[in-house]
Design a protein around this ligand. Structure first.
Ligand code: NAD
Length: 487
């Protein structure tokens, strides 16, 4: 098999197998080919991983942040040296075109190791608080064993975005990738150990929604960081709350992208296409509700149609391919059901909606799809589709579009295209979202906090802000004189 790892799990610095765990196949979505056969973690594997993390963490936490950071920076270098190999694996795991994975997946994981490795020496300091003779100081201390649970759209990136801040802050991690994309995280674990990470600090175990709760409910786990759907987020946050664990929730969205009539039209269309078709639409922050001001609607739609129909769909390993398959048959069926719903509820199908004709019949492909005349009430406008389906809505004025853009339970992201600088700022100030863009869409560099509000979650990944979510403060009061007691 093309991508068979030595074993299903990576625990305490080595590959581990337990064939008592339910067997499952890893499938290459472009052809339906089985590329690896793995086993979900048994309770014994979960115990082994958490025990290894618990044992290794105190010594790691006692190292200087600079020494921990050095190992992460080395891991970043190895990832960059092996970018082609890692990108090919990511393409096999997800079906995303190599044209994307080579620039966006291992590289953004490496960015996280490089950034957190680099800031370690300065970002974990505490404060000195003068109290007029007496004083206090704070220490930023690690939480202990942290669990990361990943979605299937950016397997390597998610494994690194959670691992890098957790590790640099002195924690140990047990990471469970999505059952749809089990392979990338194992390579990240290998590379971290090659870079010098002591055994037991970054463990990967496989499994699905039955395995996740074993981690979330475990008494030795201090924190859970989930990337997944709102529905899963509610379950995981609920379970974590029963034992008061720290949580970070990176959940779904139905984000608005607003195009005013003074916008640079080609940039706005490019932003909308990137924000709907990149990774075959499987991006949480996608701007799937594209609000276009009425005066430019026809021009916008005709150029959008023209550019969308030129997208090259095909073999993800071909460097020319711009759009690959959906991650799985189940996800493809879900997206097709939304397309049918869009038609049935009266949206205008501008382009796409079918199966492309130049791809393997076993592949899980759908054409990039644009609906126009979408209204706020339609199902395709309210629910996260998580596929390459763009909804275009019309609007008249600024106040109206802000109210409608905010009329959703989600609050992950939002974008605005306009050449009016003051309007851009006025609008983003009023949009209810955690991550916003002006005159671009979906860029998420490691220096900038990333995360959602409302039902899209809480906590932040990336940037110095992420360190707050993997540490807690200890305050120490120091008395310089004698204790004066009234009794
Ligand atoms: P999902 O919610 O089905 O699964 C996510 C992960 O949670 C998987 O590893 C799954 O095995 C695990 N899981 C499921 N039930 C669980 C439970 N009860 N306890 C513990 N773990 C459990 O999501 P998905 O289909 O893999 O990914 C798509 C979703 O992820 C979309 O909603 C998307 O918007 C969201 N997402 C969010 C971000 C973000 O950063 N905000 C990024 C990528 C994807």
């Amino acid at each position: 098999m093309k991508a068979q790892p030595p074993a299903s799990h990576f625990i305490d610095g080595e590959y581990v197998e337990d064939i008592d765990g339910a067997a499952f196949d890893s499938i290459y979505p472009a052809t339906g080919e089985v590329i690896a056969r793995l086993h979900a973690a048994t309770p014994a594997i979960v115990e082994k991983a958490i025990a290894a993390a618990k044992r290794a963490q105190p010594e790691w936490a006692a190292m200087s942040p600079t020494a921990r950071g050095r190992i992460l920076k080395r891991a970043a270098e190895i990832m960059r040296e092996r970018n082609r190999e890692l990108s090919e694996l990511e393409t096999l795991d997800t079906g995303k075109p190599i044209q994307e994975t080579i620039v966006a997946d291992p590289t953004s994981g490496a960015d996280a190791f490089e950034f957190f490795g680099g800031v370690a020496a300065a970002a974990l300091n505490g404060d000195y608080i003068p109290l007029g003779g007496d004083f206090a100081f704070t220490k930023r201390v690690p939480l202990g064993v942290c669990v990361g649970i990943g979605a299937w759209n950016y397997p390597q990136q998610i494994a690194c975005w959670k691992g890098a801040p957790a590790l640099v802050a002195g924690n140990a991690m047990v990471f469970k990738p999505s059952e749809n994309t089990p392979l990338g995280a194992l390579k990240i674990a290998e590379i971290l150990h090659e870079a010098g990470l002591p055994k037991g600090l970054y463990n990967v175990i496989q499994g699905d929604r039955a395995t996740g709760p074993l981690l979330v409910n475990h008494k030795d786990v201090a924190k859970v960081s989930l990337t997944g759907s709102v529905e899963t987020g509610r379950k995981v946050a609920g379970a974590a709350a029963s034992s008061l664990k720290h949580v970070t929730m990176e959940l779904g969205g139905k984000s608005p992208l607003i195009v005013f009539d003074d916008a640079d039209l080609e940039s706005a269309i490019g932003g909308a296409m990137l924000g709907n078709f990149y990774s075959t639409g499987q991006v949480c922050s996608n701007g799937t509700r594209v609000f276009v001001q009425k005066g430019i609607k026809d021009k916008f739609l005709s150029r959008l149609k023209e550019r969308t129909e030129k997208i090259i769909i095909g073999d993800p390993m071909d460097e020319a391919t711009q759009l690959g398959p959906m991650v799985s048959r189940a996800q493809l069926d879900k997206v097709f059901a939304y397309v049918e719903k869009g038609k049935a509820e009266g949206a205008t199908l501008v382009t796409g909606g079918g199966i492309p004709n130049n791809v393997s019949a076993e592949g899980t492909y759908i054409q990039p799809t644009v609906f126009a005349d979408v209204t706020d009430e339609m199902t395709i406008c309210r629910e996260e589709i998580f596929g390459p389906v763009m909804c275009v809505l019309d609007f008249d004025n600024e106040d109206e579009v802000i109210t409608r853009a905010n009329g959703t339970e989600f609050g992950l992201s939002a974008g605005v295209f306009t050449c009016d600088l003051t309007r851009a700022h006025r609008v983003v100030d009023q949009l209810e979202a955690g991550t916003l863009w002006i005159n671009t869409y979906n860029l998420a560099p490691v220096e900038v906090p990333f995360g959602g509000s409302k039902q899209s979650g809480f906590g932040r990944e990336n940037s110095l802000a992420a360190l707050n979510h993997y540490t807690e403060l200890k305050s120490v009061y120091v008395a310089m004189g004698k204790v004066e007691a009234p009794y």
